[in-house]
Design a binder for this molecule. Structure first.
Ligand code: AMP
Ligand code: GLY
Length: 425
């Protein structure tokens, strides 16, 4: 079968790598892709926001399945338009993608279905928001209601910081859809993934992301600087509760609304003393979590994606390696602020020779035979090992072989899990 993958990041390279290994695959296309994906798929350049063009491409190239990597095309209804054209698609409809696209929708949905999450209020205008904050305990969490690429959240430790944040939201585009004010949850964060076919759900795996730019979880928030899987604080009991208290009520609730959820459901969890609570939904794989997850997946990814779109997940037996996996993100110096584009990267072949390592590209391109950086997050050096320590040593061994003066990475990916082990011994 022929597959079209939508996206251009490290997540999509990892998905392309797993799909390319499938015995079911005929031809793999990716729009728009990157220099790494181009080594295993035909990268095609068209405007994915133009759904008519996507549908035409699928017909012309006999595409049997479209796999959508990022959230924006889903929120924009790409899955709906493909389905209307009778083209199979992995990824939720526009209505179902609201779980990520609107924080307010997600919070109201949690309330309606008794899904554990932080207490909250949706506020549409500045004056009401300021009045509400006067009475709210500190710290307080303030979020833009719409999609903000991870940049729409403020954790305010003081009244003053909260009031300043509210003024800033409502005087710019982020406040246009209103804001959500919520209770601050105490605990450790984890990412939990499940496949959902409209009526059934099966757990994938857990992971932990590192959102801050610098070592020790310091510096500004980013899209994610590294991840590992599994996350040890997601014990079998926490995973069971996440499925029972969060994933299954979501599947049933979305079906009841008449907007069944199909695709991968990513629950951003806070593991609190009372168990897992939902911080946010995402309607796609995490990036860089997917890079670690794909290295641990033993089953054929394409078969699992098809079982999801075909509604037969209940009969699907998904297998994992017991190994740990890690992904270290290499980003352009200056990211997530301003950074230069066009610097050259060398040494990837040597890095790939390290045992257990795969290098997944994000913002890369080829120019006159040279590999150059074209984005903020540029490479993901991913590795599998029997233990997290082994995977981590392999990944950083490979990082050391990459010659890219224009880039940087964190040197402590996985530290929470390793510390937990040290504390326990
Ligand atoms: P979100 O975009 O909703 O995932 O929020 C981004 C980050 O803000 C999360 O990964 C958490 O680190 C933090 N955060 C969001 N909501 C809360 C909350 N209610 N309590 C504590 N931290 C939160
Ligand atoms: N790694 C966080 C995300 O994909 O949203």
């Amino acid at each position: 079968m022929n597959v079209l993958l939508i996206g251009s990041g490290g997540r999509e390279h990892a998905l392309a790598w797993a799909i390319a290994a499938s015995p079911l695959l005929g031809k793999l296309y990716c729009a728009p892709g990157n220099a790494g994906i181009a080594e295993i798929a035909d990268c095609v350049a068209f405007d994915i926001a133009d759904h008519g063009t996507v549908v035409r491409f699928c017909r012309d190239s006999s595409i049997d399945l479209v796999v959508v990597g990022p959230e924006a095309p889903l929120v924009a209804g790409l899955a709906d338009d493909l389905e209307a054209a009778k083209i199979k698609v992995f990824g939720p409809s526009r209505e179902a993608a609201q779980l990520e696209g609107s924080k307010g929708f997600a919070k109201d949905f949690c309330t309606a279905h008794a899904i554990p999450t932080a207490a909250y209020a949706r506020l549409k205008e500045r004056r009401a928001a300021l009045a509400y904050l006067e009475r709210h305990p500190l710290p307080v969490v303030i979020k833009a209601d719409g999609l903000a690429a991870g940049k729409g959240v403020t954790i305010a430790p003081t009244q003053e910081a909260a009031l300043t944040a509210v003024e800033a939201y409502f005087s710019g585009p982020m406040g246009a859809g209103g804001i959500v004010v919520e209770e601050f949850l105490e605990g450790e964060e984890a990412s939990f993934f499940a496949l959902v076919d409209g009526a059934h759900a099966i757990p994938l795996a857990s992971a932990q992301d590192h959102k801050r730019a610098f070592d020790g979880d310091k510096g500004p928030n980013t899209g994610g600087m590294g991840a590992y899987s599994p996350a040890p604080m997601v014990t079998p009991e926490v995973a069971r509760r996440a499925m029972e208290e969060i994933v299954w009520p979501t599947v049933r609730g979305m079906a009841q609304r008449g907007t069944p959820y199909r695709g991968v459901l990513y629950a951003g969890l806070m593991i609190t003393d009372d168990g897992p609570k939902l911080i946010e939904y995402n309607v796609r794989f995490g990036d860089p979590e997917a890079q670690a997850l794909m290295l641990r997946l033993k089953s054929d990814l394409l078969s699992a994606l098809l079982a999801t779109t075909d509604g037969v997940l209940n009969a699907f037996d998904l297998r994992w390696y017991d190994d740990a996996a890690i992904a270290v993100v290499m980003a352009a110096k200056g990211y997530p602020g301003e950074y230069a584009k066009g610097s050259e990267i060398r040494g990837l072949d040597a890095a790939r020779e390290v045992e257990g390592v795969e290098v997944f590209h994000a913002g890369t391109a080829r120019s006159n035979g040279h590999l150059i950086a074209t984005g903020g997050r540029v490479l993901n050096v991913a590795a599998r090992g029997r233990t997290l320590s082994e995977a981590r040593a392999r990944a950083y061994g490979a990082v050391a072989k990459i010659d890219w003066p224009g880039g940087f990475c964190r040197s402590d990916i996985g530290w929470r899990a390793l510390k937990r082990r040290e504390d326990a011994s």
